[in-house]
Ligand binder design. Structure first.
Ligand code: PLP
Length: 341
């Protein structure tokens, strides 16, 4: 509904108050007191790009955990910004061992990992990385975790984290919430190769704390910020813990139901995400035809396998507003019919 409201000017004091309030709400959801917390103009990938371009110097050793498409993307982005990427691979469908990440290089500039791998449905552990990171910055992709499972930026000593609006926050795509610790800002690249994502400039555009007021950088996507503000408001009204439990319950219901249909889940229970479930396509089933049938006859969209899991699994998202029991039952009933079970 916020998207349907009147569009304020991007320097209108009313909009600036809305932006301040949005940043406050983001701090609560990220569980951080970082003053540099803002919605970047761009989707989740803009957050990924900003997180590397502002902190990687040429030939910096950057350890990246890879157990899915988004870990791969991190390697690509870090490499383009000059990092000496040290990959730590784990099988897709299994979590990355934090000790392997911590041992991968004697003095990494950055340790980067995806919290919730949307391509596999795996949750990677973050907390041990925060306590073991030493002098490195800890950079975490929280695109699919924020609002769906526990996120604790300060408690886990995460230095840079970014998210997206369209996953568990249930807001249309277009912004990337970002939060950066003071420890990280002390090491920010002075003139990163991206002007648009330069945090030195963006921090003056977002914060009014220096006393000099805000400095125009680019036109804020006003309507999207209003939508995010409203979406975060709904989440905080429900309660972060209550929303997390709703995701957990729906995930459990869905996963138990899939097993009861005789299907096999890709990820073991202890690191399985509730909001994104990967299930193996049964032998002899045309996976694309099933998805088409679910969409056309039942109005339910499930995802295809991504990257090296293409054709082998389905990815069933149950996140944000869609994480409701009625949606789980509708999907399970439809899938039962489509598979003839
Ligand atoms: C969706 C996603 C991204 C990319 O976000 P976009 O909004 O598509 O740019 C990055 N990381 C993870 C884990 C994601 O699920």
């Amino acid at each position: 509904m916020a998207l349907a409201g009147p569009v304020l000017g991007h320097l209108d004091p009313q909009f600036l108050r809305l932006l301040d309030d949005t940043n406050d709400r983001l701090r609560r959801v990220f569980a951080t007191s970082n003053s540099l917390t803002l919605p970047l103009s761009g989707t989740g990938s803009a957050g990924m790009e900003a997180s590397f371009v502002n902190f990687v110097r040429p030939a910096d050793p950057v350890v990246v955990g890879v157990n899915g498409v988004f870990g791969e993307r991190m390697c690509e982005v870090a490499g383009r910004h000059g990092a000496d990427v040290v990959r730590v691979d784990a099988h897709w469908g299994e979590p990355i061992d934090p000790d392997r990440l911590l041992a991968a290089h004697p003095s990494p500039a950055i340790i980067a990992v995806v919290h919730a791998e949307t391509s596999t449905g795996v949750r990677n552990d973050i907390e041990p990385l925060g306590s073991g990171k030493g002098d490195a910055l800890l950079l975490v992709d929280m695109v699919t975790s924020l609002g769906g499972i526990e996120v604790a930026v300060d408690d886990w000593a995460v230095d840079v984290a970014y998210s997206g609006t369209q996953k568990c926050l249930g807001v249309p795509p277009g912004l990337s919430p970002l939060t950066v610790s003071e420890r990280a800002m002390d090491r920010v690249v002075e003139r990163p190769s991206s002007w648009y994502l330069d945090l030195n400039l963006l921090s003056r555009y977002v914060n009014d704390t220096s006393g000099g007021g805000r400095v125009y950088h680019h036109t804020a996507p006003v309507a999207m910020v209003a939508a995010l503000h409203a979406g975060l408001g709904a989440l905080l009204d429900e309660g972060i813990e209550a929303a997390r439990q709703r995701h957990a319950e729906c995930g459990r219901l869905l996963q138990d139901g899939l097993v009861a249909l005789g299907l096999e889940l890709l990820v073991k229970a202890d690191h399985r995400l509730p909001q994104l479930t990967t299930v193996r396509v049964p032998e002899g089933v045309d996976e694309a035809a099933c998805r088409r049938e679910l969409l056309c006859s039942y109005g339910i969209e499930i995802g295809a396998g991504a990257g090296q899991l293409a054709g082998q699994v389905w990815r069933i998202g149950c996140m944000g507003h869609t994480a409701r029991r009625r949606n789980v039952f509708a999907l399970l009933g439809a899938l039962k019919e489509v598979l003839g079970r």
